[in-house]
Design a protein around this ligand. Structure first.
Ligand code: CA
Length: 404
């Protein structure tokens, strides 16, 4: 393919779409009704988006080439990694290979990193942590056909509206020549070295190596520049920290930890949070205290920039791990911990969530995942039942709760 030609179309499309306000979450003709026969859904979808400016030739090819991929639904129903505990997941995700390779990559791409760091005030280690977590520096980008993945998830009713919009933008990427019908990526439709969805690619796609073409799959400079731009737009506060491991004094009141209980760093210090770096105490930002595996696990202070990790990926365990990997890339040692109790088995986690729901608590989806809402509900009942309120449900806690 003539790369320059397709790039010119791509840039034209971006200018066109921005000037008409078309790079936005809503597309006039969407959403359509989800479910029913897949082929019927696809035809209805294509007929709807043809009115929103997808070219006739793309619509015609899409109708012939896009097929349902049932494997995508299996993946969607079981995101196993987040049924792991923080310590298990982070030990797997933050390994020597990633730390050493990450440091090497920062040297190898030092030119573009220093340019981007200066422009956005985001340390290279933060972006490299995402690069490592998402694709092992581009090595594992996924082998699912992006269009089929997006169409399968758009047809499925669980998150249909979201994926209908992404499918629409994927067709726009095809129109612009920057995506092919057989283009591959992750099972949920993310593309390239930092795994981005079509709408984000249209908005934030950046030509990092100035070759006149945006290639997020095989040009690291383009993927990195795009990730920087996204983090900047999500609201990264330049030259501010995101996370520090800390140590808690004996008799620390663990119930102060968790989301929604921000305090200034100096307040935390007076409450018994130790080993906060001096530069952080001087800045005196607001912070929350995170105990991802309860009071016997590691403890972290998380500053406002940590919330940007949650905008990138809404899994609590993923984000603490990515934020911690960025610190390890900066030379921090591995976290310390005692021997916290293992995470509840899946079936027990479901029993716990169902019991909490029966007690009138909001745990979000009953999905067997110890997310932020389940943790908050656990904390509340730990206080009621006289347990240490560290949001980490042990087997004994579950037993006591089930008897309530
Ligand atoms: Ca490029």
């Amino acid at each position: 393919m003539n790369k320059n030609y397709s790039f010119k179309i791509f840039i034209f499309m971006l200018i066109f779409m921005h000037s008409f306000g078309m790079v936005s979450a809503s597309v006039n003709s969407l959403p359509i009704q989800c479910g029913g026969s897949f082929q019927n859904f696809l035809e209805r979808f294509l007929s709807a988006v043809s009115k929103d400016g997808v070219s006739e030739i793309t619509i015609e090819s899409a109708s012939k080439k896009i097929v349902q991929d049932k494997k995508v639904l299996l993946y969607d129903r079981s995101q196993k990694s987040f049924k792991m505990s923080f310590i298990d997941f982070s030990k797997k995700a933050v390994n020597q290979y990633r730390i050493q390779t990450g440091k090497k990559k920062i040297k190898e791409y030092s030119e573009i990193f220093s340019k981007l760091e200066k422009k956005y005030g985001i340390p290279a280690e933060v972006v490299v942590a995402f690069w490592a977590m998402e694709t092992d520096f581009g090595a594992v980008q996924g082998d699912f056909t992006t269009l089929n993945s997006l169409a399968t998830l758009a047809h499925d009713c669980r998150r249909s509206k979201f994926f209908q919009t992404e499918l629409f933008y994927a067709l726009r990427l095809i129109d612009s020549g920057s995506l092919q019908f057989d283009g591959k990526g992750a099972w949920a439709g993310e593309i390239g070295q930092v795994q981005m969805l079509p709408e984000d690619i249209l908005i934030y796609g950046t030509d990092g190596n100035d070759d006149g073409y945006i290639d997020l799959k095989s040009t690291p400079e383009d993927a990195l520049a795009t990730a920087y731009k996204l983090l900047h737009h999500l609201g990264w506060k330049p030259n501010e920290p995101w996370l520090d491991e800390v140590v808690l004094k004996e008799n620390f009141k663990f119930g102060d930890a968790g989301f929604g209980r921000e305090r200034s760093v100096r307040d935390w210090k007076s409450l018994g949070v130790d080993e906060i770096p001096n530069t952080i105490i001087e800045k005196n930002l607001d912070a929350i205290l995170l105990l991802p595996q309860g009071h016997k696990g590691p403890s972290f202070l998380a500053y406002p920039n940590y919330m940007l990790f949650l905008k990138w990926n809404d899994s609590f365990i993923y984000t603490v791990t990515a934020a911690y990997l960025a610190k390890r890339l900066q030379g921090q040692g591995s976290f310390v911990h005692e021997s916290p109790e293992e995470i509840l088995e899946y079936d027990d986690m479901i029993r716990l969530q169902k019991k909490l729901v029966a007690l009138g608590e909001d745990v979000g989806e009953v999905d067997g995942i110890l997310g932020a809402k389940t943790r908050q509900a656990v904390r509340k009942w730990q206080i009621k039942k006289g347990f240490i309120a560290d949001s980490w449900p042990t087997r004994r806690f579950l037993g006591v709760l089930l008897l309530h």
